[in-house]
Design a binder for this molecule. Structure first.
Ligand code: S3P
Length: 174
């Protein structure tokens, strides 16, 4: 954290299935901080599931709601752990805000690992009926955005959740 209290949050970014929610919640417990997930904020603000938001508002509508959710998450008054939806970093304003208010860790994994973790992808509208090929494509298309957002990278392949938590807390300044 900077002396002026800026960059106070721990922010997790990465593709669907990277473990942002699971690892983020465990990091929050270890750090005794609140845990916030931008998808949860979208759902709370709309009263709809992410899938329903995509169905009713389209991806563009979801992204606008997600931008507000990122701002809400960053406005958490105490230092928090923030798990971002996989596409949040595509938006330049989100990237700047997350980087201004937090230390950003990019959780990485091979597309086959991601696919195994999201199982049938039924809660992820971008994956429905598609699969590993979609994750492979998103990994390529989004790499520059994750790279631009990230202060540190943690590989999650072949690691348990507690091992990933240890690795995240090791790279994160406190
Ligand atoms: C998305 C990832 C999802 C959710 C939405 C879109 C994406 O979050 O925000 O389905 O564009 O990668 P998770 O990364 O938590 O699955």
């Amino acid at each position: 954290m900077n002396d002026d209290g800026s960059r106070r949050h721990l922010v997790l970014v990465g593709l669907m299935g990277a473990g942002k929610t699971t690892v983020g919640a465990a990091c929050a417990t270890r750090l005794a901080r609140p845990f916030v997930d931008t998808d949860d904020i979208v759902e709370a603000n709309t009263g709809m599931s992410v899938s329903d938001v995509f169905a009713h508002e389209g991806e563009a509508g979801f992204r606008a709601l997600e931008r507000r959710a990122v701002a809400d998450a960053c406005a958490t008054p105490t230092p928090a752990v923030i798990a971002c939806g996989g596409g949040a970093v595509l938006d330049g304003d989100n990237r700047r805000r997350l980087h201004r208010d937090g230390f950003v860790v990019w959780l990485q994994a091979a597309p086959s690992t991601l696919m195994a973790r999201v199982k049938d992808g039924s809660k992820r509208p971008l994956l429905q009926g598609r699969g590993t090929a979609t994750l492979e494509r998103l990994a390529v298309v989004r790499a520059a955005a994750y790279e631009a957002a990230a202060d540190a990278v943690v590989d999650t392949d072949g690691r348990t959740v507690p091992e990933v938590v240890d690795a995240v807390l090791e790279v994160c300044p406190r």
